[in-house]
Design a protein around this ligand. Structure first.
Ligand code: GLA
Length: 730
């Protein structure tokens, strides 16, 4: 068969045609994903792997594999429909306007648009019987090997249709073995990795919690091909479903031992109705592909996030002092004014007032009342927030504030005045989580209310410079009075909640495009790349014990750059202040301590460490990250950031185990990412007052030496934390 290629002007995207078959390669700098139509115009996923140098070779790939269409039907469909002859896990399940449950998808056309560094390819499919249109979207950042994939489903049928499953993406891999790493969660134990070899059948990671998806697990995963996940070797795909609600990611090994990956909104209780001519846009699956292990995959994803996704991802971040653990709910103007002064004395940028500042009829003096009543508590703050903002200004620090605007305590004016704004079953007892319930964000009045909470704060106190947006409950008893009243099916609630929240955030960002906002959720309940379009950072966990944080931050680092991670020094953990500050300095540094409880030397150390952080933070926030020694495989953790054209780097080393005879680094740790031909000095910083480094700092090393032999940070029980500054020597 003769195939004619029609090469578009875009270098890394090519479409080829022949009379009966179309071949569509979606290419990045190093990889390709290839689709091919059959003689009935169905579209198949025929390749995922290293890009071939001659695009005309793609047409011969499927002949090398066993892709029969009998057995369980469609294994490698580009977007697997259901109800006809597909018997494996579908990407799409539709009840058509006439009640029919079968869907087939045929290829119609493909379009590509190039927009600077982004290329979007849109593949249109339709059902030959029903007027249902599906557009598969692939946005590619070629140089970074990062792909964002989503699907638009349009109902052009003669009446409403019901989407029973509507995945964002459907991928297919034909390698020999597959290892999945997913990250389990629990309050205070977020992002715990588990690697397992996938075997025939279905493995699903999912959330049904409504909000704060990361409490049980996370929508992040790593697929490692052929071998176990490794930091510097092997083909890996590192992905995330960018959706801030219920997700479901299916990994299905079919009977030919190939892997089908279907990711999207969790269809659990979420049948979505589309009226005639309506389109549903799914959230995105975002992934980074590397053939040099997870290290490169993470750096690609982190660079992408900083440059293209996270709000102000290439900007600066504010260090801060938070009063939460210093005071909890028990504060007044005097106590806060003192903390504001401490903020300045420590050398931090901003004072953050946490929970407890609001509520009068139902004062917020603990977590069982007042949530929802966003007025200053007159007893604690008789002169309002304005007074504190002024105090901050006097001390030349900025002022930030905590809110949790999606929630209410039953003991609140909000709850009493607007019982219909709360998500709860009308005929059943209420079920509280942390003494509170979730507002029905599908309701436009609630959306306005949340918007106004933020807008009023800024209008009344234009100098507010930071917001910590919390979310401390899951959705129980899912039922929306608003949707009932409007005749909207209750199965829209989980989805419309998240869409409603995005709408509010969109409005907030229109009016306040820059103010930094932290995404918090009883710790690490929330963090994803849809939210991070609106937020500058997130709070990875309420667990701030530095040893635990070494692990938690390590795991988040697979998916998120340091600039997005808020890391605070607190009273958690019985470890030295140096370890706490050093660990927190690997992200965006903050403090949640009562300075008056610190001894002199700790205070002196802390002030110097904050000065140091301000000097090196560019490396952490904007540099390239290299994970050097995993605390899961070694008794110590080591990680570095390289910046400024490989002329500057910083290396963090920690003792993470307490096993006798393992509590020291007995050999050097190899550095990464430096220039082999450059010369570097290696100096220890953040030394505790009176302590001298044990390292010989006079040696000048070549980059080659540091990356081949390495350097021993001499971590041991007396030196549980060692930060090394690596500077080019001319
Ligand atoms: C959550 C957050 C904490 C703090 C409290 C306030 O638990 O994770 O940092 O803000 O809420 O109630």
């Amino acid at each position: 068969m003769k195939i004619k290629f029609n090469k578009t002007i875009i270098l890394f995207f090519v479409i080829s045609y022949c009379s009966a078959q179309t071949i569509i390669p979606i290419e990045t700098k190093d990889f390709a994903m290839v689709f091919k139509t059959d003689n009935q115009n169905r579209l198949w996923n025929i390749y995922f792997g290293k890009k071939l140098s001659d695009i005309s070779d793609y047409k011969d790939i499927d002949g090398q594999y066993y892709f029969p269409s009998s057995n369980a039907g469609m294994y490698n469909a580009a977007y697997t429909p259901s109800g006809t002859w597909n018997l494996s896990e579908p990407a799409l399940q539709v009840k058509h306007f006439d009640g029919n449950l079968s869907t087939e998808l045929h290829f119609v056309n493909v379009n590509t648009e190039v927009n600077n560094e982004e290329t979007i390819t849109k593949i249109t499919l339709t059902d030959p019987v029903y007027k249902l249109k599906v557009v598969l979207n692939y946005k590619v950042w070629s140089n970074l090997n990062v792909v964002e994939q989503w699907t638009d489903i349009t109902n052009n049928e003669d009446g409403a249709i019901e989407l029973n499953k509507y995945a964002s993406a459907n991928l297919y891999f034909t390698n020999k073995d597959f290892y999945l790493t997913h990250f389990q969660g629990e309050y205070l134990k977020e992002m715990q990795p588990v690697e397992e070899k996938l075997t025939q059948g279905l493995k699903t990671i999912e959330s049904k919690l409504g909000t704060r998806a990361m409490l049980l697990g996370t929508p992040n995963f790593i697929v490692s091909f052929e071998n176990h996940q490794s930091e510097d070797e092997g083909l890996v795909l590192l992905g995330q479903l960018a959706w801030s609600g219920n997700y479901k990611i299916d990994f299905e090994i079919d009977s030919y031992k190939n892997l089908r990956l279907i990711a999207g909104i969790n269809p659990y209780e979420s049948n979505y109705y589309l009226k005639k001519d309506e389109t549903f846009k799914t959230p995105s699956l975002i992934y980074s592909i590397s053939n040099k292990g997870t290290g490169l995959a993470s750096r690609q994803l982190q660079s992408w996030a900083k440059k293209y996704r996270v709000l102000n991802g290439e900007g600066d971040r504010l260090t801060l002092l938070n009063n939460w653990e210093a005071t909890y709910f028990d504060f007044n103007e005097t106590k806060l004014s003192k903390l504001i002064k401490d903020t300045k004395d420590l050398g931090l940028d901003l004072f953050l007032l946490d929970d407890g500042w609001f509520g009068n009829k139902y004062p917020r003096n603990n977590d069982d009342a007042g949530l929802g009543d966003w007025e200053e508590n007159r007893k604690k703050l008789p002169n309002g927030l304005g007074y504190l903002v002024k105090e901050a200004k006097k001390s030349k620090v900025k002022f930030g504030i905590w809110i949790e605007p999606e929630m209410a305590n039953p003991e609140s004016e909000l709850f009493k005045n607007h019982p219909d704004w709360i998500i709860k079953q009308p005929e059943r007892p209420e079920k509280l989580y942390r003494n509170q319930m979730v507002l029905d964000v599908t309701n436009p009045e609630v959306q306005d209310f949340i918007y106004d909470v933020v807008d009023n704060l800024f209008t009344q106190n234009p100098e507010i410079a930071f917001i910590k947006w919390d979310c401390n409950a899951v959705i129980y008893n899912a039922y929306s009075a608003y949707q009932q009243q409007k005749g909207i099916p209750q199965t829209h609630l989980y989805v419309d909640y998240v869409l409603g929240l995005y709408k509010v955030l969109e409005r907030i960002r229109e009016k306040y495009p820059k103010v930094p906002m932290m995404l918090c959720s009883g710790g690490g309940g929330r963090a994803d790349y849809e939210f991070l379009k609106y937020f500058t950072e997130f709070w990875p966990s309420d667990d701030t014990d530095p040893i635990e944080r070494i692990f938690i931050q390590w795991n988040y680092s697979y998916f998120f750059p340091a600039i997005t991670m808020d890391c605070h020094v607190t009273n958690w953990g019985n470890q030295p202040i140096k370890l706490k500050v050093d660990v927190a300095s690997m992200g965006k540094l903050g403090f949640d301590v009562d300075v008056s409880h610190m001894n002199e030397k700790d205070l002196e150390f802390t002030k110097t460490a904050i000065k140091n952080y301000n000097r090196f933070k560019n490396m952490v926030l904007h540099g390239e990250q290299y994970r050097l020694s995993s605390p899961y495989k070694n008794p110590f953790a080591s990680l570095m950031y390289v910046h400024n054209n490989q002329s500057l780097a910083i290396m963090f080393n920690y003792l993470s185990s307490n096993r006798f005879m393992e509590r020291m680094t007995k050999r050097p740790i190899k550095l990464k990412g430096l220039d082999a031909n450059k010369k570097y000095s290696v100096k220890e910083i953040n030394l505790y007052p009176g302590v001298k480094s044990t390292l010989n700092e006079l040696i000048v090393y070549s980059g080659d030496f540091l990356m081949t032999v390495g350097v021993n940070p001499e971590v041991d029980t007396k030196r549980t934390s060692v930060i090394l500054l690596i500077e080019e020597v001319n």
